[in-house]
Design a protein around this ligand. Sequence first.
Ligand code: ZN
Length: 512
Amino acid sequence: MSKLIKWLLAIILFASIVCEMPIISAKGETIIINTKSLNVRSGPGLTYPVTGSMKQGERTEVLATSGDWHEIRFGSGTGWVASWLVVSEEAKKLSPRTAISKVSALNIRTEPSLSAAVVGQMNAGEAAVMTGRQGEWASIVLNGVDGWVHTDYITEIQQSENGQAGTAVKPEVQNPEQFTVSVDALNVRKAPGLSSKKVGLIRKGESYAIEEVDGNWVRLALGKKSSGWVYSFHGTLSAKSTAGKTEVAADNKVTVLTNGTNLRSAATTSSAIVTRANAGEKLPVSGEEGEWYKVSLPSGETAFIAKWVVSTGDLAQVEHTPEKKKKARVPGTLKGLTIVVDAGHGGNDRGTTGMQGTDEKLLTLMTAELLSAKLKAAGANVVMTRESDTYISLRKRVSVSHQHGADAFISLHYDANPDTSITGFTTYYTHSHQRSLASSINDGLASTISLRNRGTQPANFLVLRENRQNAVLIELGFLSNPSEERVLTTEMFREQASHGIYQGLLEHFDGN
Ligand SMILES: [Zn+2]
């Protein structure tokens, strides 16, 4: 390993540990300073005076712990340091991480936000060094570009010591049958291993049948009697037959999410554009190729549409369901309505962490509990996606919404941004039919909380995109802003916020 690589790995290791998995260090444990210069304070909190500082890499023993602060020996006495800026020696032994894109043309952004500028893209199967994580965003470095990608579209894998992907498992495809190349050119080798002899070259967009899988290598059928091995992260693995293996709705149609979506002659972003489709258009699926659906056009021709720009849920149903229920409602109450309250994150997924150490996952749960109580009191049938600090997958949350035929699905989150001056609350929707609920709730919140109103915004969140029910996602202010964090962690704020959401719901259903 060259010095440079060693040095890079060390940085990645530090960064990935501090952002990805906050390790609670215990008394007696050795910790390592994990920031350029760390303030040592006279007490366990940011309000205590700074009595000195420690440098990155310095080691010290934990004498005691109070909240998110560690007491350490310092100078002739003791001092306190923030636990989120140190790493335990134990944790340091963990391996660095790699982010593999599940989709083609995954945008790399300057900040962990859908509104941030795009600085590059990742191809399906492409691997980037993962340097950290913030809420639903991962920071990565790819070909010298560093930026943020949304974690819905990547698979995180641990790397073993030699820098090769270790125990990686390809996302969501079991028993893959087909491999589609996602890099410009890919060497085919005689045996699984980078040192094995090259026996051929395959190109971007080409698909081959998989004959054998060995770790992260797949053997492809290249011709009648020839085959060879490729490294599986340079392409996408897919199941060949569509039956039972894809998530296309029962009517076997996909719905286009945005206006002007390209339909192409082949399953690659470099092929010719045949035509364009607009949001809401439903296209019958006749096949699949890698990360693309083959769809039939009204003209009788076929074309390819990327899987990441369509929804596979049957959205047509949404327009009809609420109407039946409307009659059962009593105006001025929420009687007869089913509301799914979704507390963001949970368990190992802590969400973002505030400057003072507030865990998003705990704050969302507390807010969800209060909101649920309010909605129940108003007569609603309330279902919570989680009632304790447990991990629930995004797809499971969506299926709870479907299972209960939610009249409204409300996902609660708290925001973060590396720019700590950013403040305010935002109400997100994905599909146009979710917009009116989003704007009612946003109005309700604006009338009860005093944060800056960032308005309603469209965004591609999985819990909204794949949701057949009316659904919104609310980011209730920024934990990354210290003074906003202080407001958000008060009971008063949760009280006002849940009251605002309740009023928005009432307004929405009474007005519809
Ligand atoms: Zn969140």
